[in-house]
Ligand binder design. Structure first.
Ligand code: NAD
Length: 358
């Protein structure tokens, strides 16, 4: 990393964080600490039983559960949830799940001013950010605002022990992508740089142990700790080419979120490392055991963890890459390394085939 201290603004971390094992037991106290007493628990249908049990465990502090959260936060689902929120007289939301459920909590908060407690069960990292992506009429839009950021986050390692291995790996790579882009973001600060370096080290250390033994609690804690740091970084800075391309593929081709990030990351990071070798030195160091340099290191790490490596595995074709390159260069996007359509098409072509980044 460069020894130069750049001028910076650090807005501070405003979200209260409870991290540990068995921390879900703190939820009632956290609801009370917000001055609230009627929580609506949110989840996807897949985690519906867990959410219903959590609402029951909260007793008088919960009004029930809404278990229809859906990926990409469709506005019609948000409207259904707000109807339940109002009918039950809820005064806050508890989002139990991954980015889809936390996205619904944010969408409700953005419209009602409700306080949110997020309880993440993946490593996607929505919980610490002020970012809300939602879909209406088939189009996904993203906005930022302090009213979107959850008031409190409870990280409970126990809730990640059963996260399926494939999702564990792709979600952890999704987290690393936040750290990579935060490290070269123009609005980063030295605090963010430290957090991102620590995040890469924690995930590089923890994820191989989780892959070897998915219920290794200490290793799961390392990965969740890293994911927290990545989420906190994402919530403080602007993103660049990597998130842009993931957004293009997810938004226009319907590719799954975590897998898309996982496959793109070695290619986007490798591309930008040419321009920002000092900034990305912590990434190169953390993943050096798997390859020499940012792109090869991340590529080797992802392969060793058993991640999907090719966009073709998601059903994409060379023709899709042509269209994706057109869309990606259609709207200007800040990035540390200048690029043109040929650059993006070459990058996407390498990701399509799973080639080792140069
Ligand atoms: P997800 O929330 O869609 O979860 C995928 C599936 O895994 C769901 O069925 C979920 O119920 C299940 N699941 C979650 N945790 C589990 C666990 N521990 N055990 C078993 N099953 C579990 O997936 P995701 O990758 O966490 O989130 C993706 C969404 O989050 C996308 O819509 C993305 O845009 C959004 N996101 C937003 C931000 C932000 O800052 N706004 C950041 C990251 C991701």
């Amino acid at each position: 990393m460069s020894s130069e201290v750049r001028p910076f603004v650090f807005p501070g971390l405003t979200t209260r964080v409870i991290f540990g094992q068995g921390t879900l037991a703190c939820l009632g106290d956290e609801v009370s600490a917000l001055g609230r007493s009627r929580a609506l628990v949110l989840s996807t249908p897949h985690q519906g039983d867990q959410a219903t049990a959590l609402a029951q465990a909260l007793g008088d502090s919960a009004v029930g559960a809404f278990t229809d959260a859906t990926m990409h936060t469709p506005v019609e689902v948000t409207e259904q949830a707000i109807t339940v929120f109002r009918q039950t007289g809820a005064d806050c939301v508890v989002s139990l799940g991954g980015g889809s459920t936390i996205g619904l909590g944010k969408a409700i908060a953005a419209r009602t001013g409700a306080d949110q407690i997020a309880i993440p069960t993946t490593y996607a990292g929505s919980e610490m950010t002020d970012i809300l992506g939602e879909t209406a009429d088939g189009a996904k839009t993203t906005r930022r605002g302090e009213e979107i950021r959850p008031e409190a986050v409870i990280y409970d390692v126990d809730l990640t022990l059963g996260l399926p291995l494939e999702m564990t790996v792709t979600s952890a790579l999704n987290a690393i992508a936040h750290a990579v882009e935060a490290l070269y973001a123009p609005d980063r600060s030295p605090i963010i740089e430290m957090m991102c370096a620590a995040a890469c080290d924690a995930i590089a250390d923890g994820l191989p142990k989780v892959v070897a033994a998915p219920s290794n609690q200490a290793a799961r804690a390392r990965v969740l700790y890293g994911a927290w740091l990545c989420s906190a970084a994402l919530g403080q800075v602007s993103m660049a080419l990597h998130h842009k391309l993931a957004h293009v593929l997810g938004g226009s081709f319907g590719t799954p979120h975590a897998e898309t990030h996982a496959i793109l990351l070695p290619h986007t990071a490798g591309f930008n490392a040419v321009q920002t070798p000092d900034e990305l030195a912590p990434v190169a160091a953390a993943f050096a055991p798997w390859g020499d340099g940012v792109g090869p290191g991340l590529h080797g790490f992802a392969a060793a963890m058993g991640a999907p490596m090719r966009l073709s595995e998601l059903g994409l074709t060379a023709t899709d890459m042509d269209r994706a390159a057109d869309i990606a260069v259609g709207t200007p996007y800040p990035n540390p390394r200048p690029f043109d359509r040929a650059d993006i098409r070459a990058l996407l072509g390498a990701a399509l085939e799973g080639a080792v980044p140069a």
